[in-house]
Design a protein around this ligand. Structure first.
Ligand SMILES: Cc1cc2nc3c(=O)[nH]c(=O)nc-3n(C[C@H](O)[C@H](O)[C@H](O)COP(=O)(O)OP(=O)(O)OC[C@H]3O[C@@H](n4cnc5c(N)ncnc54)[C@H](O)[C@@H]3O)c2cc1C
Length: 381
């Protein structure tokens, strides 16, 4: 079976690794000229680390990550609205970890053979002839594949090429992401909620803390440092102080949050995975987890006897409910954190822990029934 993966982000690299573990080869192409050399942080909940374990990469990831034992939500004035111990939900699934995005991509990249990813290459057209995909690349070459896996992120051109529509839509929230020195004052995952604004801090190592801030896109304007400081000037506590003290040299990543509706993104030997097929706002911190899970389930289905189209259908059937759940819950969380202060604070104080458990417990379940070949976590055995 000749397979092409388009995009060497978290989904594409994980899929290449998962296929290799099943003895399946693939070509991987990436539009960037070289692997990324910087990025902000990423938070991985227990299902994401379990999936990294399935790829044989949990120990290495853990050695580069900061363990997150608690998730706290505070009001902008610093009052505690909710405090969860991550173990209460994730203990039997996997550890909750925070690390630099760069470190995660490095772990995935290094798990592949050197030269496995061809950088600086894009797909310029794709056509179906008989049961093969004829792919033309930006260097003028043309090759035939049995399967093309689109893992090119939320703004995937492949989605437009194959499905004729760009279904990425803005969710009306824009964000800043940056890394600051860890001064020891932000313990665990700590979010502060203001009116239509969220500020989050997560230690990603002993020396660094990842900061995420968001607001309505209408308020974001040019996303300058001055805007960031102005919008969060009334936030108290360690997070407010961090924003107030930011210096103009700090490297800041800016983004408008987008989502892609989860549906059957399969056509003529082409499938979309990761953000290309189901990007969500990051409020569930599940984008990477869903991308790595996609990789494991897709490789498992492709390794079974049968036609490719059957494998893709089995993949869709195994994934759609879980992905739709994450998307729905991300939307619900965005709605709640941007609802009236009184309602939001009361809900979080009274039902915060129950909501956390209800939202995440379904994701602790096994990816596939045990008989179907997926690894079961140590604790489940
Ligand atoms: C602000 C923000 C915060 C987030 N925080 C978290 C978090 O804490 N935890 C979490 O789990 N998730 C988080 N996510 C989500 C997570 O980052 C994504 O779900 C994840 O990166 C998706 O991986 P991907 O490989 O599908 O896409 P991407 O990471 O976007 O990778 C796509 C790759 O394809 C390449 N590419 C694009 N077009 C082409 C082309 N035409 N040809 C070849 N290559 C191409 C790109 O260069 C890129 O390398 C966050 C997202 C955002 C926006």
């Amino acid at each position: 079976m000749k397979i092409l993966i388009v995009g060497a982000g978290i989904a594409g690299l994980s899929t290449a690794r998962a296929l290799a573990l099943k003895g399946l080869e693939c070509d991987v192409i990436e539009r960037r000229q070289e692997p990324p050399t910087e990025g902000a942080g990423i938070f991985l909940l227990g299902n994401a680390s379990r999936a990294l374990g399935d790829l044989g990469l949990l120990d290495e990831t853990r050695s580069l990550a900061y363990p997150i034992a608690t998730q706290r939500i505070l009001s902008s004035s610093g009052a505690v609205l909710n405090h969860v111990r991550t173990d209460d939900v994730w203990k039997n699934c996997g550890p909750c970890l925070a690390l630099s995005r760069q470190s995660l991509v490095d772990v995935l990249q290094k798990s592949l053979d050197p030269g496995a990813v061809r950088y600086g290459l894009e797909v310029t057209s794709i056509a179906s002839r008989a049961d093969r995909r004829i792919v033309r690349f930006s260097d003028g070459r043309e090759e035939k594949y049995d399967l093309v896996i689109g893992a090119a992120g939320v703004n995937s051109l492949l989605r437009n090429m194959a499905f004729g529509a760009d279904e990425a839509r803005e969710v009306g929230i824009s964000c800043w992401r940056l890394v600051v020195p860890n001064n020891g004052e932000i313990v665990g995952w700590t979010a502060m909620l203001g009116k239509g604004r969220t500020l989050l801090g997560i230690p990603i190592s002993k020396s660094e803390t990842y900061i995420y801030a968001d607001c309505g896109t209408d308020e974001f304007g040019d996303g300058s440092l001055a805007t960031l400081k102005r919008l969060f000037c009334d936030f108290r506590g360690p997070l407010g102080a961090v924003v107030a003290a930011l210096d103009p040299e700090t490297r800041i990543h800016r983004a408008k949050l987008q989502e892609v509706p989860a549906k059957r993104w399969i056509k003529d030997g082409l499938i979309l995975i990761g953000d290309a097929g189901h990007a969500s706002s990051p409020s569930m911190a599940q984008g990477a987890g869903m991308a790595i899970e996609d990789a494991i389930v897709l490789a498992e289905m492709l390794s079974r006897p049968g036609q490719i189209e059957e494998a893709l259908q089995r993949f869709h059937d195994a994934r759609i409910e879980r992905i739709a759940w994450v998307q729905k819950k991300s939307q619900d969380r965005d709605k709640l954190r941007n609802s009236s202060r009184a309602l939001r604070n009361a809900v979080l104080r009274l039902f915060g822990n129950a909501l956390y458990r209800k939202t995440y417990a379904p994701l602790t379940r096994a990816l596939l029934p045990p008989s179907s070949g997926s690894r079961t976590s140590e604790a489940e055995r």
